[in-house]
Design a protein around this ligand. Structure first.
Ligand code: NDP
Length: 478
């Protein structure tokens, strides 16, 4: 046995993770179901470090020092179970199986329980940063036991992205905690991208600006509060010109956004936990809406002349751009606030003890949602771990206060001009809902009591009450 850690599954992600490990001086056992991938990795990158290739899973396991640490980086779902089933009989008590694929956290919880019964550690690990991150430094979110992290931590921390000398990897918590936070990370990524897309659409409609000009606006925004990987690549994509036609690239791409499912999982989990992650939900549904071309064509035909749009008149270009920037910023704060609420709720429900400040710290680099802003989230939770919502942390409260008038103008404009801005609008509605003194939920309680005797509580007395609506209409304690 010569290797310190193994990777099975050498498609783009596994291959790059194995190379990253080797480049950092770890001796890496490598294996793939079809051996061609293993051979090509060693042939093309064998000089980057020490790879120990095997064609069979048994040889791969035998090449690992004990306790063995095996990273599984295969297609999520059934293939991951198939690989684990094949691996487990080859392992011994104390060995560690690490699933770095995009697993659903409930699958991770199930696998962890099953492997624990056999004396094995199972570490469901979220890895963000795509192909390039896996090679050059991803953000790594490992779950599983403390004991497993004691062995894995130093290895993962050495290959993770580093920000200000701090590795973007921390033990998130037991069980499925790592995959849960990775799921919410992806949900926030959905919201972030939808907000960016709405900002682009509004700028284009109102200013008649070209994609390249809007790309310049995004590039400028990237030097302020909005500085982030997604804003940076938005500028790049918007400025890109299609080789074949000479048109703006964004104009030759079919306008149907696809999804692999992590946004949907985030929304499903939020429904289970009762957390209103409206920004992420709108972003997920906006992708679904875009993916129904027949419905869209039918509605487009039916309402071509009946838009009810109010002409917008002259525009002050700079003022409008600044309004969109602020609306984007405030909506983005909402998306992160909601995502962190969901993480807090999940951590409480499943008993994980996730530290939001530590999580914000490891999302500052490597991952797709990396942003300057995450430093501020870390500070907010460092100074008050029990923060009721990120929106009230002083830095963000000030940002929202400075942006709210712009936010209202932009949502108002979008509504009147018929430009769909569901994430901007619902984020604003969420903000107004939270800050409101009284909500019409009181009426809903009255209706529920009227038709279903569901009872209600009063503002001025303890206990629950019910009115005999069909009888004497007198109130009685329930
Ligand atoms: P894929 O998801 O395309 O999976 C291909 C790999 O899975 C190949 O190594 C393939 O082996 C193996 N595989 C599939 N079925 C089986 C099976 N039944 N038994 C054994 N091996 C099997 O690869 P990616 O590298 O894109 O992703 C790997 C994992 O990382 C996935 O879970 C993905 O969701 C996750 N991920 C991906 C990111 C990305 O940006 N792509 C980012 C973060 C996570 P073979 O070569 O023999 O077919």
């Amino acid at each position: 046995a010569t290797a310190q850690i193994g990777v099975t599954g050498l498609a783009v992600m596994g291959r790059n993770l194995a190379r990253n490990l080797a480049r950092h001086g770890h001796r890496v056992a490598v294996h793939n179901r079809s051996p061609e991938r293993t051979h090509s990795l060693v042939a093309e990158h064998g000089d980057e470090g020490t790879f120990v290739p095997s064609e069979s899973l048994a040889d791969f396991v035998a090449s690992l020092e004990r306790p063995r640490a095996v990273i599984v980086m295969v297609k999520a779902g059934g293939p991951t179970d198939a690989v684990i089933d094949e691996l487990v009989p080859l392992l011994e008590a104390g060995d560690i199986v690490i699933d770095c694929g995009n697993a659903h956290f409930a699958d991770t919880q199930r696998r962890e329980t099953a492997l624990r019964e056999r004396g094995l550690h199972f570490v469901g690990t979220g890895v963000s940063g795509g192909e390039e991150g896996a090679l050059l430094g991803p953000s790594i979110m490992p779950g599983g036991s403390e004991e497993a992290y004691r062995k894995l931590g130093p290895i993962f921390e050495s290959i993770a992205a580093q920000v200000d000398g701090v590795p973007c990897c921390v033990h998130i918590g037991p069980g499925g905690a790592g995959h849960f936070v990775k799921m919410v990370h992806n949900g926030i990524e959905y919201a972030d991208m939808q907000l960016i897309a709405e900002a682009y659409d509004l700028l284009r409609e109102r200013l008649g600006a070209t994609p390249a000009e809007i790309g310049d606006i995004f590039a400028e925004w990237n030097s302020g509060d909005l500085e982030s990987f997604l804003i940076e690549i938005t500028a790049d994509v918007l400025r890109h010109v299609d080789d074949r036609t000479g048109k703006a690239f964004v104009d030759v791409v079919e306008d149907q956004a696809e999804q692999k499912g992590t946004g949907r999982w985030t929304v499903q989990s939020a429904l289970d936990l009762g957390v209103p992650i409206t920004g992420i939900a709108e972003a997920t549904f906006a992708r679904s809406l875009s993916g129904h071309p027949e419905q869209r064509a039918a509605a487009h035909r039916a309402f071509a002349d009946t838009t009810g749009v109010t002409p917008a008149g002259d525009v002050d270009r700079d003022a409008f751009v600044e309004d969109v920037r602020r609306a984007l910023y405030a909506s983005k704060i909402v998306a992160y606030a909601q995502g962190f609420d969901q993480i807090k709720a999940g951590s409480e429900e499943y008993g994980w003890g996730v530290d939001p400040a530590a999580l914000a710290t490891i999302w500052r680099g490597g991952c797709i949602i990396r942003a300057r802003f995450l430093n501020r989230i870390r500070e907010a939770y460092d100074s008050d771990p029990d923060l009721p919502t990120l929106l009230v942390a002083p830095y963000f409260a000030e940002g929202v206060a400075q942006s709210v008038a712009s936010w209202r103008r932009i949502v108002g404009y979008a509504t009147q001009a018929g430009v769909p801005a569901p994430a901007f609008a619902s984020s604003l509605a969420y903000f107004d809902g939270l800050r409101r003194d009284r909500l019409p939920a009181a009426l809903i309680q009255g209706l529920r009591d009227n038709f279903g005797a569901h009872t209600y509580r009063r503002v001025d007395a303890e206990g629950s009450f019910h009115i005999q609506w069909a009888g004497d209409r007198k109130e009685s304690p329930a």
